[in-house]
Design a protein around this ligand. Structure first.
Ligand code: NAP
Length: 251
């Protein structure tokens, strides 16, 4: 029996991944985030044994401890779900450096470091599922740092897929548009963001169910929602035009 490691398990998409992985016959789900009590409440509703791993993924020391824990325990890892992430609106001058740093640390460094730590304990059929974003495809005015972290992840996953192919490990990029979770309010914080930016939202559970189905089918990318698929198609062919449309929301 294998385990799943799910980061960002205390809320939103990560919490829904834990619920949907509950009936997959796993030995244990390792839930990783900062908020142990929220993860504990969620764990109470699961039938799979849970290990709560409090960890601030923005902290190098915490990330190193998590990597050390994985190598000491050498678990059989069936799923790594990289879900923890944060976004903040802001312009290049006004954005506090702490916000930019946290986005880079959690959205990029934690994904790269944790993935490297897990691969040696994965086997053929294991899955790496990572939250990317529609924003990885569009240069996003006032959400630049966040979108750029996701562009990094998109590129990282494309190469990783080939790097672990011989090990039989599947790599899935999950790229939703806006998803109805606390992430959106945290992103806005105290910024004045035009309402039409959030023109279409999907539900977290739909993103997760589609992602697991796409992962089971060995797909490379999972995109929930017709509108997001259209945005990604447009941005892939006409990136400058897509970026101008996004910027136009502020004008
Ligand atoms: N919601 C959207 O519109 C949307 C769209 C596209 C992509 N995404 C991506 O989907 C992923 C999940 O987002 P969500 O919508 O589920 O947001 P959410 O409900 O706000 O959940 C974010 C999760 O990340 C964890 N996290 C944040 N900072 C952390 C840190 N320093 N250390 C450890 N864990 C941390 C949070 O846990 P703690 O606070 O307990 O630490 C929480 O469990 C993110 O990668 C996000 O970029 C979201």
């Amino acid at each position: 029996m294998s385990i799943a490691i799910v980061t960002g398990a205390s809320s939103g998409i990560g919490a829904d991944f834990c619920k949907e992985l509950d009936d997959r016959g796993l030995e244990c789900i390792w839930m990783v985030s900062r908020n142990a009590s929220r993860m504990g409440s969620l764990a109470d509703g699961l039938s799979t044994p849970v290990r709560i791993v409090p960890c601030d993924l923005a902290s190098v020391a915490d990330r190193d401890s998590l990597r050390a824990l994985i190598s000491e325990e050498a678990p059989d890892i069936g799923y790594l779900v990289n879900c923890a992430g944060l976004g903040r609106f802001g312009d290049p001058v006004g954005m506090p450096v702490e916000d930019a740093r946290a986005m880079i640390d959690v959205n990029i460094s934690a994904v790269v470091e944790l993935t490297s730590a897990c691969i040696p304990f994965m086997r053929p059929g294991s899955r790496i599922i990572t939250l990317c974003s529609e924003a990885a495809y569009v240069s996003t005015y006032n959400l630049n740092v966040y979108a750029s972290t996701k562009s990094f992840i998109r590129s990282y996953l494309d190469a990783l897929r080939l790097e672990v192919e011989d090990r039989g490990i599947g790599v899935l990029e999950v790229s939703p548009g806006w998803v109805d979770t606390p992430f959106i309010g945290d992103c806005i914080d105290n910024h004045d963001v035009p309402v039409k930016v959030f023109g279409h939202k999907v539900q977290s559970i739909d993103v997760v169910r589609k992602a697991l189905k796409d992962s089971d089918s060995g797909r490379r990318r999972s995109v929930c929602g017709f509108q997001t698929r259209m945005v990604i198609a447009l941005a892939s062919h006409l990136p400058g035009f897509a970026a101008r449309i996004w910027r136009g929301y502020w004008k």
